[in-house]
Design a protein around this ligand. Structure first.
Ligand SMILES: Cc1ncc(COP(=O)(O)O)c(C=O)c1O
Length: 405
């Protein structure tokens, strides 16, 4: 077997693998609690379902333009106007099979082999692998302060003549941190001055808590012409609970979009027309589902944070949004892989090891599930880790014994 160098350098997606593991165990009837997931459990909006069903019923399901059907581009333009206060043209928009594909195609359009792509750590698991897939060099930046909020001076220190792109994801997976407005202003100014491309991964921008306001990047961009080096990425997966539909998009200058479209046209062609139609329904339809998801997540976050505060030595930076919390459990176990394995083995609770996101000692706990998932899951975790726990724990009918220190 002689696999390519790139194939050998790519890891599997830790989060997708965990989803599969949870699904298999649930199917076997195991009492697993999946606190590692990255998808809301609510139903897709009815407008999305009706819109897709109408197309299926017509029996006319064909290829689409590689950059998306006009109706979807129109919906994305309206969305960009509403949320970003910026009116763009259809040639500034590409729809892809998920925000993941938009980011991937943007990197393919922008990055040459050996060029560097910078992104703050902790980071979404796919960034380093995507950068490697295009032959680029991933450059994660850890904030010296240990905080989840990056500082421009930390980023400045790793910029070299090979730096081509910076990726910013705020609100952030895995920390839930929404970066301060001043930082967004600074990084945009910095990229404009240094001629760097800036990919804004805004996939969680509507899932923000405590009445905090997410700020669109264009507010601080001085160059809003066709020379702009901003690539804004968004999608329907998270806010509309439509992860399985696979629609995301990018908004950028026409040259970048044209290059991305050419690449995508040979890669997958346009996304499935059925799901493009569903996305039109979701974006143009009734939006109350997004707000009710946001409120549920905020409540879930409050419950999770208050439960985590009952642990001795667990350090929490409270998330501003998303459906993730990224507590520091290093007081109990420094290796996040060992800790995650222990929790899985002893009490069948699935969490994602922080090392997958570039930060050891932490675990990513998701609040996508029910309050019961969260309370039962944390109770089980506490039972494993707290030496003062009772000797026994019931999981359904099963009685577990604590036979470790
Ligand atoms: C930060 C971030 N960007 C992009 C994506 C991909 O979203 P999509 O489902 O639209 O491909 C995810 C999904 O987990 C994510 O967490």
């Amino acid at each position: 077997m002689s696999l390519s160098l790139i194939a050998r350098s790519i890891k599997e997606s830790a989060t997708l693998k965990l989803n599969e593991k949870a699904a298999l165990m649930k199917a076997k009837g195991d009492p697993v609690i999946h606190l590692g997931g990255g998808e809301p459990k609510s139903r897709a909006p009815i407008d999305a379902l009706v819109s897709a069903a109408a197309l299926i019923n017509s029996g006319e399901v064909r290829y689409t333009p590689a950059d998306g059907i006009p109706a979807l581009k129109k919906a994305i333009i309206r969305y960009t106007d509403e949320w970003y206060n910026r009116l763009v043209e259809p040639e500034n928009v590409i729809a892809s099979s998920g925000a993941k594909q938009s980011i991937m195609v943007a990197l393919q359009a922008l990055v040459n082999p050996q060029e560097e792509v910078i992104y703050p750590s902790p980071y979404w698991v796919s960034y380093p692998e995507m950068i490697k897939l295009v032959g680029g060099i991933p450059v994660p930046v850890v904030s010296e302060s240990g905080s989840f909020y990056p500082r421009l001076k930390d980023i400045e220190q790793v910029v070299t003549s090979y730096t081509k792109v910076i990726i910013i994801n705020s609100p952030n997976n895995p920390t839930g941190a929404m970066y301060p407005e001043e930082f967004i202003a600074e990084i945009i100014d910095f990229c404009e001055k240094r001629g760097l491309y800036l990919i804004m991964d805004d996939i969680y921008h509507r899932l923000v808590f405590d009445a905090k306001k997410w700020v669109p990047c264009y507010r601080y961009a001085k160059d809003l012409t066709e020379n702009s080096r901003l690539v804004v990425v968004n999608g329907i997966s998270k806010a509309y609970a439509m992860t399985g539909f696979r629609i995301g998009w990018a908004v950028a200058n026409k040259k970048i979009i044209e290059a991305m479209t050419n690449i995508q046209s040979h890669q997958t062609s346009g996304p499935s027309v059925i799901v493009q139609q569903a996305a039109v329904g979701a974006i143009n339809g009734i939006q109350s589902g997004v707000e009710s998801l946001r409120m549920t997540l905020e409540n879930n976050r409050n419950v999770l944070v208050s439960l985590l505060k009952t642990f001795d030595g667990v350090h929490i930076q409270e998330p501003d949004g998303t459906f993730y919390t990224f507590p520091d459990f290093s007081a109990y176990e420094k290796s996040s892989v060992k800790l995650s394995n222990l929790l899985f083995e002893k009490v069948q609770v699935l969490v994602v090891p922080g090392i997958e996101f570039g930060m050891e000692g932490h675990i990513r706990i998701s609040t996508c599930g029910t309050i019961k998932d969260i309370t039962d899951g944390i109770e089980r975790i506490k039972w494993v880790l707290d030496p003062n726990s009772p000797n026994e724990l019931y999981i359904g009918e099963r009685k577990l014994y604590r036979d470790w220190a």
